[in-house]
Design a protein around this ligand. Structure first.
Ligand code: GRG
Length: 322
């Protein structure tokens, strides 16, 4: 479904899937512009051309797939503060660039050694490992360039807050830190393998949760509501949603269809890895997923009916099959 007027406020009454694909179309169009090897559309002067091989690998990593769930969260949390999609999209693009870089690196032979992502060959498989590493590096740099651009937000303090929050969510105390804990537990014999539910939850809240929390808090930051009760509510919502997302991902690894999911499944189980599902069991994991969804929905009570889209997003996470 395409939106004839990209400036138009979002209609929260539209079916959830239609809203999600509306965001996905916006994100795709923005990425095509950003990675078309012209001057970057981030409000800065024209920059030297990106080498063609790098550009092609970056495009492979970001285009043609993905639910774009994180930009969706940015867009719809920002809408609660009357920030239009034409403004919030740049922050959504920044977080999706980080997400895509993390997937390109996670799929490398040195990490998860995956050959399929979003139904396509992974970046290293389509190119080689050094190109995939460097494409991921360049996507990460581009994410922060986006946040520094005036098109992201006219207020430099808001841009600085977004930059600090995204750096923390994606760096050593967030996604990268969680990935290190995960790989260290799997590979280093002198490391304690996290076997308690709490340890796994902590790891996952860094590895997967932090970017989702950022995506939800971004709305409050863009709406100049940092530190407000509304900001706190979105942070709690993001935390619960991130946890639900991870349980659902672990359940998909156990029960999912590789063709639909677009990547290998049963990897964790085959590797004998402790996951939320292996520790709780499938039935208890389903119950925890439902309870976490309820907590996410409750967290946004403060916004009343305006947060209905976010409530639907929590349901989407519970029901997703890919
Ligand atoms: C390499 C620094 C570094 C970090 C990797 C994100 C990540 C950290 C690893 C991915 C492992 C994984 C499968 C985590 C589960 C949650 C997750 C991030 C799933 C993929 O995200 P989706 O479902 O994917 O939003 P799409 O393709 O829709 O964008």
């Amino acid at each position: 479904m395409s939106n004839p007027n990209p400036e138009a406020p979002l209609r929260a009454s539209a079916p959830f899937e239609a809203l999600l694909s509306q965001t996905a179309e916006r994100v795709e169009a923005e990425f095509i512009g950003l990675l078309s090897n012209g001057p970057l559309a981030t409000g800065h002067r024209a920059v030297p051309r990106v080498p063609e091989r790098l550009q092609t690998a970056m495009r492979h990593a970001v285009l043609g797939g993905g639910k774009r769930f994180r930009p969706f969260l940015v867009e719809h949390t920002a809408a609660l503060f009357d920030v239009p999609p034409s403004q919030s999209i740049i922050t959504g693009i920044a977080v999706e660039l980080i997400h895509c870089y993390s997937l390109a690196h996670d799929d490398l032979p040195a990490m998860d050694n995956d050959i399929l992502r979003r139904g396509q060959p992974t970046v290293w498989k389509a190119f080689d490992d050094w190109t995939a590493i460097l494409a991921g590096d360049a996507l990460q740099a581009l994410a922060f360039e986006c946040l520094g651009a005036k098109t992201c937000h006219p207020d430099a303090e808001v841009r600085a807050a977004l930059t600090v929050h995204l750096a923390r969510a994606s760096g050593g105390q967030g996604m990268v830190g969680g990935q290190v804990l995960d790989l260290a537990a799997e590979r280093l014999t002198d490391q304690q393998v996290p076997t308690s539910l709490n340890a796994i939850r902590q790891l996952q809240s860094m590895k997967t949760g932090a970017l989702i929390v950022f995506s939800c808090e971004a709305g409050a930051l863009l709406g100049k509501a940092a530190g407000s009760p509304e900001h706190k509510a979105l942070s709690t919502y993001g935390d619960r949603l991130g946890y639900a997302f991870q349980i659902a991902d672990d359940l998909l690894d156990v029960e999912g269809d590789a063709e639909l999911v677009g990547k290998a499944v049963a990897k964790d189980a085959d590797a004998g890895k402790a996951t939320l599902v292996s520790l709780m069991g499938v039935e208890a994991a389903r119950a925890a997923l439902q309870q976490t969804r309820d907590e996410a929905i409750q967290a946004v009570d403060i916004f009343g009916a305006r947060a209905d889209v976010l409530r639907q997003a929590a349901d989407f996470v519970v029901k997703r099959r890919k």
